[in-house]
Ligand binder design. Structure first.
Ligand code: PMV
Length: 353
């Protein structure tokens, strides 16, 4: 009996132009386009294995070893059934194909970083889920086509199907058929751009992006201004900056958009606070670092951005990274490594003999 199984990894992506707000909550259609950078595979990623087998009684999913309920009509169920539908098309067009779409699937996903801490785990998670089922089913689908499905798991997940610089076009079709991710530039286009992730807290976040967005759409006048008058121009400017490898413009727009996203969260009723005092201190450090550079006739050297949590992502050209790490560590010295000269806490410690 053949084994039908596939394992795929998908990295986290961090938005420079933020997605915040849905115009359709079921199809997950955004109120504005967004643009992100997908991080390297070897750092923050989800790795997902999907297996189809006639002996499986129902679809099941494990996240970091713990089984999650696949709610009927929920996002996971939608992604799985959409991929089974595409598989059925393959089987209908080629009678020799095994009828995998009729089997239940077991899916196991592992993150190599804390889940739901504002580190976009849902983005890499749903992207890896969709990509692993697409590999299992050998679907002849492009990343943009798969992004239509990943989007229905978690909006930002659609962007993690590409590496490098990715735009999620909001689209206009009511059925969501043109709300998909496209590549702006591959990673190799601008390899010297790096992302430094400062984990301020790895607690689970207070207000989920789903409920936060809904409240913002319902109550924030600033969001309406942002959607109509701010984001479209920023999408054009930052896409051009990426194509031209113009870090100064990229950094300016990235920081402005992070600030406006958090302003929109504050403009929500009741207000939402995702950043904390450490997040704000990191903003002050980067602002001063840039100010000193510009005052000396130079350009911006780093850009901060924050998602729905307190953790900072700092984009910077490789040549500035050492300086930035030194600055951050200067303000937030890391606790000295724990020393245990008597070996009391090691494997040969008290109680273990
Ligand atoms: O895809 P979600 O529901 O996790 O929303 C992500 C929202 C932000 O991370 C704050 C912005 C973005 O574009 O990724």
């Amino acid at each position: 009996m053949p084994v039908y199984q596939a394992t795929v990894s998908a990295p986290v992506n961090i938005a420079c132009i933020k997605y915040w707000g849905k115009r359709d909550t079921k199809l997950i259609l955004p109120t504005n386009s967004s643009l992100s950078v997908t991080l390297d595979q070897d750092h923050l990623r989800s790795t997902t294995t999907s297996r189809a087998d006639p002996s499986f009684e129902k679809d099941r999913l494990w996240l970091n070893g713990k089984e999650e309920v696949i709610a009927h009509g929920g996002r996971m169920a939608t992604c799985i059934s959409e991929l089974k539908r595409l598989r059925r098309e393959v089987e209908e067009n080629n009678a020799a194909e095994p009828k995998l779409s009729a089997f239940a699937v077991h899916i196991s996903s592992l993150n190599n970083f804390p889940t739901a801490a504002g580190l976009a785990s849902s983005a890499s998670g749903f992207a890896a889920l969709v990509a692993s089922l697409a590999a299992l089913y050998q679907l002849p689908a492009s990343p943009s086509t798969l992004s239509l499905i990943a989007r229905q798991g978690s909006g930002s997940a659609c962007r993690s199907l590409f590496g490098g610089y990715v735009a999620w076009q909001e689209g206009t079709a009511p059925d969501g058929s043109d709300s998909l991710a496209v590549e702006v530039a591959p990673r190799e286009h601008w390899p010297s751009l790096h992302a430094l992730i400062c984990v301020v807290s790895d607690d689970k976040k207070g207000t989920s992006s789903t409920s936060g967005m809904q409240r913002t759409v319902e109550t924030s006048p600033l969001l309406q201004h942002r959607i109509k008058h701010v984001v479209p121009e920023r999408m054009r400017i930052i896409s051009d900056a990426i194509r031209a490898r113009d870090f100064d413009t990229f950094a300016r727009v990235t920081m402005q958009d992070s600030n406006q996203f958090h302003a929109v969260a504050l403009d929500t009723d009741p207000p939402i606070f995702y950043m904390n005092d450490v997040s704000r201190t990191i903003i002050a450090i980067i602002t001063e670092y840039n100010r000193v550079s510009v005052a000396a006739g130079g350009k911006l050297k780093a850009a901060y951005t924050y998602d729905a949590g307190p953790n900072a992502v700092i984009y910077a050209p490789e040549e500035n990274l050492k300086e930035i790490v030194e600055l951050i560590v200067n303000y937030f010295p890391q606790p000295a490594p724990f020393k245990d000269p008597f070996g009391l806490f090691g494997s040969a410690g008290v109680g273990e003999g």
